[in-house]
Ligand binder design. Structure first.
Ligand SMILES: O=C(O)CC1=CCC(=O)O1
Length: 262
């Protein structure tokens, strides 16, 4: 279980692949951890240096007191990459992880040679809706909103599969403090203007049945970056790396190949 010491928190990460290979970094979504990438990572070329980490208050990274700002979450990613001496990575972010990816590219373009923005946007939802979710969870726990979240995460067919209970339990394992801390960071983020100034190779990925960041919203953000590519994954909701890992890995490998990263 490797950690980097960020001062106020020990950030948990995992390495796969080849230590001196081209770096590929993954940031998870709200209510998940680095295992959300398991089914994709196992399909990727072993020559890559694959770095996955757990957002603050998720998985093996302890929670610090909520609320968090997006600046803090971006700094966590920045310090991880600096401490691991990563330069020229392709950074893959899912949902809030994709907001962190945008924030890091805006702040430290020198760390990156490409972005993969999966099921994310420059702005997700409204501050009022996130505040309502924070209050509901403080009052009744994550369990009270878990069924609604499953509808946002997964397409109807997947919701009938036995795997649903695994991902519901996965959500409930996350720290309440970490979860509401990250909700506050999303509530306070609008990257529309700075993201439209980004100039780097970008792949956007959306799910046809995404109940949290609909495909049109993802496309609107990805289109802010000139030359970006967009892929729609059918029969997938908000977490296509879990629902359609073969397709997700295939689209990612194609992008990595086009960029000369593998
Ligand atoms: O739980 C949701 O609504 C889905 C989501 C929004 C941001 C994120 O990371 O997950």
């Amino acid at each position: 279980m490797p950690f980097v010491d960020l001062g106020d928190v020990q950030l948990h990460y995992q390495l796969d692949g080849t230590a001196d290979g081209p770096p590929l970094v993954f940031a998870n979504s709200l209510g998940t951890d680095l295992h959300v990438w398991d089914l994709v990572v196992e399909r990727l070329p072993k020559e890559l240096r694959i770095i996955r980490y757990d957002l603050r208050g998720h998985g093996g990274t302890p929670a610090t007191p909520a609320p968090y700002s997006m600046g803090t979450l971006v700094r966590d990613a920045e310090r991880l990459l600096d401490q691991l001496q990563v330069k020229g990575c392709i950074f893959v972010g899912l949902s809030i992880g994709g907001m962190i990816a945008q924030g890091l590219a805006i702040k430290r373009l020198d760390l990156m040679r490409g972005l993969v923005l999966s099921n994310t946007a420059a702005k997700i939802g409204t501050a009022a809706a996130w505040q309502q979710r924070i209050e509901a969870i403080k009052r009744d726990g994550i369990d009270a909103v878990a069924d609604t979240i499953m509808e946002r995460w997964f397409a109807p067919a997947f919701r009938k599969s036995p795997e649903l209970s695994h991902w519901r339990a996965h959500l409930l394992q996350q720290s309440v403090e970490g979860y509401i801390g990250c909700c506050a960071a999303i509530a306070g983020t609008d990257f529309y203007t700075p993201t439209s100034g980004l100039r780097l190779p970008t792949l956007g990925i959306a799910g046809s049945d995404d109940g949290a960041t609909p495909a049109d919203l993802v496309r609107e953000t990805v289109d802010l970056i000139p030359g970006s590519k967009f892929e729609l994954i059918r029969r997938a909701g908000h977490i296509p790396c879990v629902e359609q890992p073969e397709v997700f890995a295939d689209r990612l490998i194609t992008f990595l190949t086009e960029q000369g990263h593998i």
